[in-house]
Ligand binder design. Structure first.
Ligand SMILES: Nc1nc2c(c(=O)[nH]1)N[C@H]1C(S)=C(S)[C@@H](COP(=O)(O)O)O[C@H]1N2
Ligand SMILES: [Mo]
Length: 198
């Protein structure tokens, strides 16, 4: 499929590109449905389910430690982008605001626009996962999930919810939008976990 929008990885990069993936030129936008327009001051984020219910705002996230992240990004539709430069907040720092019940084992990410996607708590609580509000030094553009999105680098990018507005903590797996529509429940790119039951 190399051509206008894709290229074959150079040898030095090929060991960073999972099987069946091509490098994208630029940073494609992949959304199901229209881009919601949410300003930072209107943005609210809800913690609910098996955690003490809380509604957080922009300033609550800005008060947490801020970091730069460089992460590879792999879409199940076979494009990858290496070394994406983000800024934001580590999931592990965000978790200091969460009063979690011990029986929580999974999460469901909720978004403006209604998109959802699930993770095990184990896949969520990794040092490398983060909430992103900045891309290439600029405020995260709405098409890429601004004002805030989650980024989970070790799984296919459908697990990185754009326009995130809540995390629901659960004691069992609750499938998200694509997972209900045939995508793999976990989505690990190196194992090509693209579709359920394959
Ligand atoms: N809310 C929401 N988040 C989403 C999506 C979506 O449609 N809605 N698409 C997912 C998919 S399939 C991919 S590949 C990435 C794409 O992110 P990008 O548009 O910034 O490249 O976002 C993921 N997060
Ligand atoms: Mo995707």
């Amino acid at each position: 499929m190399p051509g206008k929008f894709f290229e074959k990885p150079a040898a030095a990069e090929s060991d960073r590109v999972p099987p069946g993936q091509y490098l994208a030129k630029g940073f494609p936008v992949l959304s199901y449905g229209a881009t919601p327009q949410i300003s930072q001051d209107k943005w609210v984020f809800k913690i609910f389910g098996l955690a003490k219910e809380k509604t957080l705002g922009w300033s609550d996230f800005m008060a947490l430690p801020q970091h730069e992240f460089t992460a590879d990004f792999h879409c199940v539709t076979r494009w990858s982008k290496l070394d994406v430069k983000w800024q934001g907040i580590k999931v592990l720092d965000f978790m200091k605001l969460v009063e979690l019940e011990r029986k929580a084992t999974h999460i469901l990410q909720h978004c403006y626009g209604g998109y959802t996607t699930n993770l095990t708590l184990e896949d969520f609580l990794l040092e490398e996962n983060f909430f992103a509000h900045t891309l290439d030094g600029e405020a995260l553009p709405p098409d890429h999930g601004g004002p805030m999105r989650l980024v989970v680098p070790h799984l296919y990018a459908w697990k990185s919810a754009k326009w995130i507005n809540g995390i629901e903590f659960c004691n069992q797996e609750k499938l998200g939008f694509w997972e209900k529509n045939g995508y793999h429940r976990r989505g690990e790119p190196w194992a090509e976990e693209r579709y359920a039951g394959r």
